[in-house]
Design a binder for this molecule. Structure first.
Ligand SMILES: Nc1ncnc2c1ncn2[C@@H]1O[C@H](COP(=O)(O)OP(=O)(O)OP(=O)(O)O)[C@@H](O)[C@H]1O
Length: 309
């Protein structure tokens, strides 16, 4: 596996306030990695460090094959950053903004015009091309911002809260765009306040709290870390429900829906042992579904303690 980002022991303090207290991050190329954490956890600080906007006090990071401390311009040449520090110029039209970005990346004029036309098309901004971003909706501005980042053809894109404040439809459009970028081989480092967004998009998720990563894994792995998961069994009639309820003393039954919820981590092993138990007792089950806690539950379980300090 080739790593797009490989960071070890990142530390950053402001005065005696420790913001990052030894953070390790590994992000595989061509994947979406999401960094979650409560307000003030240090997400933006991490993005700023990895994108060369801020120096870490200590630690080492290689971004797109370039060592952050040895070759920051190599890093800058391979990445794009959008979000809280948007580069959109309100005095220029959408098209002029894009042409300017192409200029800044030293694209020959004809190529810049071609790239701009492609990006306007790809980001559904053709009709808005001659308007200034002041006349754009929030979703259109975000799309222009991201399109401008792509003018430089980055291998890694840092998206700092790309959909904050967008309505559900614009958010979904943005998700589609992000998924497409990854299909084309780009690596995405995403911070978001929306856990559903991380759940939908991210291959791996890390949770930052109190300056440290308190968990890292796929959305499913994180959900298995905390209690609350169960396997729901559906029965055809009450006698069968009774029979099963007898087998699982810790389960919760609902006689109206003829279901039984058996606490479980949702893993294959526990699923198999549950099915074995049912089989051994010849209990007939109509259907079965696995319910994991959602990412909100995980987030609360992992971050409440620290933030309460
Ligand atoms: N220049 C600075 N000087 C002093 N403290 C700072 C500075 N920049 C950030 N901080 C502090 O560092 C901490 C982390 O900030 P950061 O913006 O990285 O958090 P975040 O996780 O991105 O939060 P949010 O979700 O609110 O954007 C905060 O407590 C913030 O007040």
């Amino acid at each position: 596996m080739k790593l797009a980002i490989d960071a070890t022991g990142l530390r950053k303090s402001y005065g005696d306030k420790v913001v990052l207290d030894g953070v390790d991050l590994r992000v595989a190329e061509g994947t979406i990695f999401s960094l979650l954490g409560p307000n003030g956890a240090g997400k933006t600080t991490t993005v700023q460090i990895l994108s060369t906007l801020l120096a870490a006090d200590s630690g080492k990071a290689v971004v797109a094959g370039h060592d952050l401390s040895v070759d920051p311009s190599g890093v800058r040449g391979s990445i794009g950053v959008t979000g809280q520090f948007s580069a959109v110029d309100n005095m220029l039209t959408g098209e002029e903004n894009l042409l300017l970005m192409c200029d800044l990346h030293h694209l020959p004029k004809a190529e810049g015009r071609r790239r701009t036309a492609d990006l306007l098309d790809q980001f559904d901004l053709v009709e808005a091309a001659r308007k200034t971003p002041m006349q754009y909706s929030g979703g259109m501005r975000r799309r222009l911002d991201l399109a401008m980042t792509l003018a430089g053809d980055p291998r890694i894109i840092f998206l700092d809260e790309p959909t904050t404040g967008l309505d559900p439809r614009s958010r979904r459009t943005m998700w589609e765009i992000i998924r497409k970028l990854v299909k084309d081989g780009v690596t995405i480092f995403l911070t978001t306040q929306y856990l559903e967004e991380a759940d939908q998009l991210a291959d791996r998720i890390a949770v930052l709290n109190g300056g440290r990563l308190v968990a890292e894994g796929t959305a499913d792995q994180l959900k298995r870390m905390i209690p609350g998961g169960h396997i729901r069994l559906q029965f055809a009639d009450v006698p069968r429900l009774n029979q099963a309820a007898h087998l699982f003393g810790n389960a919760t039954r609902d006689d109206d829906t003829l279901t039984l919820d058996v606490p479980s981590d949702g893993g294959v092993r526990s699923l198999r042992s549950l099915l074995d138990k049912l089989d051994a007792d010849l209990v007939e089950v109509d259907s079965l579904s696995v319910h994991l806690p959602d990412l909100d539950d995980v987030f609360f379980a992992l971050t409440t303690k620290e933030t309460a300090r």
